[in-house]
Write a protein of this length. Sequence first.
Length: 328
Amino acid sequence: MQERRPSHRTLALALCACAGLLTPTLALAQAAAPAPAASQPASAKPAGPAPGKKPSSADILAASKPTDWRTVDPELALQMELPAGKVIIELASAFAPVHAANIVKLTRAGYFDGLAVIRSQENYVTQWGDAEEDDAKARRKPDTLAKAPVEFSRPLKGLKLSALPERDTWAAKVGFVDGWPVAVDPKKGRAWLTHCNSIVGAARGNEPDSSDGSGLYAIIGHAPRALDLNITTVGRVLQGMDKLSSLPRGTGALGFYEKAEERTPITRVRVLADIPEAERPRLQVLRTDTATWQAWLNSRRFRGGGWFVHEPSKVELCGALPPVRSAP
């Protein structure tokens, strides 16, 4: 007999519990930790710009070289079409390989087509999937869909971390890996994607391994970092965040829409590689292992122009997500 999956309302309860909005806590059994990989050394204080005119972030990007950018793999990116427009999501296969593969399978099987955005909670998440997943009318999933393991974190070994020197509240060290915001526990040798604005995760129930990629959410508010290590993060919205963050807020519990007509329908979702090349978006993310990246970070720490009265002299992980552009 097929196990009955938790409803989206149960999934939402798990999301809120992880964020500290409800009482129950969720435990994570950590795997044996391998030796940590070498990472970029973090200085005690970031070096300031040279005397003279401070280049702006736009100046840095305008002067960037083609090699400063990485092109998004079309096999690992999705285009979700909503009535208001398109949302482009890159999948983080290096951090959640089974979930990412499942999401690609679901997309190619047309699973998401005709489903809906079922929840929009102020300063928290927008969630989409099958509102009838616990009902006889639930959408059938591909038979090849894998049983997804817990992918809350991965071994640090093998990752090239561009570490930030700034101290983080939630982790011993933070930085970026290939443009992904990452937190690290060097003692345990583990690394994980952080719940920054625009990060996409796989909704789950009370059981840590109850997600499979068929229910997804995007962070639309302030980074709820308490979710880190409690839910599998699977990607990042690269374009179209305004389409998700501007939806009417649900009036039901936890931001769920109480009536079917309040939900935003999903016209279809496609893997970018399956879109005809002439129509396919070609996006690039600023590489986070280059001198241009360090210069861009400094332009955020030491602001140019005449508007800033107080210069922050620091950046915060979720406030420094790498820029995205259409390939020239």
